[in-house]
Design a protein around this ligand. Structure first.
Ligand SMILES: *Cc1c(COP(=O)(O)O)cnc(C)c1O
Length: 478
């Protein structure tokens, strides 16, 4: 083979013109367009020339590549057109995984989005009067109904892009140029650079810290109140816990203090649970209704955390305050689109019907651990005839995650898998490269698949991914 020079090899490559004239390429051009096919063919020829130039190309491999040019160009076309944003399977057991897109949407939410966004809609059109309407009316009615049912009679809700935007809008509207009192134990950072002090300064409000990291009393708030105080802010410690020698005033105490000085209390709940989470074994997680019933003037919360809907941020509470937020020009910059309203409306409708099974997030929290165990055992039985896989069903704990219920876990079961010749991290890497990427946890040198966060229809994709990796085995390892 050393008798063949590089220039001999280059000569075996077809020219672009030759390629484009072939029958197969004419068909490809008809299907994909000339410009794309020319670009992809150039790229493939370039890669082959680079291989030859680097001395990595032997004559047999080159001839194989040349006779398979159509397939190579097709693959290049596919990789150019591939979406960057892809569906993945979350086998981590972290129910609200911010990196994996938080709450999955329900089929009814998706159907409503498709119907509303696939054509024109009455997003800002009043059908009864035939004139311009307001987009914020859409979710409003369902929120009010839901709140009224839970004992919050007079409330309004505004929807913006996310909870960070809700906090920013509320602080800017109610406290720009004034002071906001916050406990030092609540100056939180939520992943992705949301820090209360930073949002506060951007809003134009001045942060007035009171108390200490572990203990803050209502008297600390009282002492800090002055003529510039606009708001008492309570922030939910959504991703950490302070345990031990701790103290925090109750919402009722804060509300009472605010009333005496005519200063509203706002609570950043982070995760807006609209169902009682105690029934799933999650305690001490604040609930939107309970805060408003306690007399908090405004609460802010995310749409895609425990609510189980689209990315959004809600401000709910006293109608007069919500109306002021709505009139702030920032609202225009932070507003949401028709797809968000559609998904939110369908999710809220499921809450109104008390059809919790229709909300994937709630359904995953509610999955009984024995049901998860049975799913794991069924998958393990299917994988039994794969000699290079060792599979065991083990108890584990799922995590609520996503800035909700810090430290709270749910009992679950997982499939623990080993593949002969592959380390656990290598197996996890190959799973991420599957046609539908599977994201799993590595624990004690095994790959764990917690099926709480895997939809039943996706269990076969995990099976397919494992069988494919087992078939390729260690031989394909780099
Ligand atoms: C998650 C969270 C936020 C940010 O909400 P996004 O919807 O992600 O913008 C703000 N505050 C608290 C307490 C949170 O938990």
């Amino acid at each position: 083979m050393s008798t063949i020079s590089k220039s001999d090899l280059y000569r075996r490559l077809p020219s672009l013109d030759e390629l484009l004239r072939s029958e197969e390429f004419l068909a490809l051009i008809a299907a994909q367009g000339r410009v794309s096919v020319v670009e992809a063919s150039r790229a493939v020829l370039e890669q082959l020339r680079d291989e030859i130039s680097a001395g990595r190309m032997e004559i047999a491999a080159l001839d194989a590549a040349v006779s398979g040019m159509t397939a190579l160009v097709k693959r290049e076309l596919e990789s150019i057109a591939a979406y960057s944003l892809r569906r993945v399977i979350n086998a981590t057991g972290v129910v609200l995984h911010t990196n994996l897109g938080r709450a999955p949407l329900s089929p009814s939410a998706l159907a409503h989005v498709a119907e509303v966004a696939g054509g024109y809609s009455n997003l800002e059109f009043d059908l009864a009067r035939g004139e311009r309407g307001r987009r914020d009316e859409h979710a409003q009615r369902l929120f009010s109904q839901l709140f009224a049912r839970e004992g919050v009679a007079n409330s309004a809700t505004l929807v913006v892009n996310n909870n960070a935007a809700a906090v920013l809008l509320a602080l800017n509207t109610l406290a720009d140029g004034g002071e906001v009192i916050v406990s030092r134990g609540e100056l939180v950072e939520i992943g992705g650079s949301f820090r209360i002090p930073d949002v506060m300064s951007r809003s134009g409000a001045v942060l007035r810290e009171v108390g200490t990291t572990n203990r803050t009393r209502v008297a600390d708030y009282a002492e800090a109140i002055n003529e510039r105080t606009r708001l008492l802010l309570r922030v939910h410690r959504s991703n950490f816990e302070i345990v031990g020698f701790t103290e925090q005033p109750s919402l009722a105490e804060l509300v009472e203090l605010g009333r005496r000085h005519n200063i509203p209390v706002m609570e950043d709940l982070g995760s807006g649970a609209l169902v009682a989470l105690e029934q799933f074994g999650i305690s001490d997680e604040p609930n939107v209704f309970a805060s408003l019933r306690a007399g908090v003037a405004l609460v802010t919360y995310s749409g895609d955390k425990l609510l189980g809907g689209p990315q959004a941020g809600m401000v709910s509470g006293e109608p007069a305050l919500v109306a002021r937020l709505r009139a702030n020009p920032l609202f225009r910059a932070l507003r949401v689109d028709k797809m968000c309203y559609a998904a939110l409306e369908a999710t809220l409708a499921a809450y109104l019907r008390q059809d919790y099974d229709a909300i994937p997030l709630v359904q995953m929290l509610a999955k009984p651990e024995q049901g998860i165990r049975l799913s794991c055992e069924a998958l393990a039985a299917q994988l039994k005839n794969q000699p290079s896989l060792s599979v065991e069903v083990v108890p584990t704990r799922s995590v609520v995650g996503g800035g909700a219920a810090p430290g709270k876990t749910l009992p679950s079961f997982a499939l623990a898998v080993l593949c002969a010749g592959l380390g656990a991290h290598e197996l996890a890497r190959r799973l991420r490269e599957s046609s539908v990427p599977v994201i799993a946890r590595v624990e004690n040198d095994r790959v764990l698949f917690d099926l709480r966060t895997v939809q039943t229809a996706d269990e076969s994709s995990i099976y397919d991914a494992l069988v494919t990796i087992a078939a390729n085995g260690a031989s394909a390892s780099e």
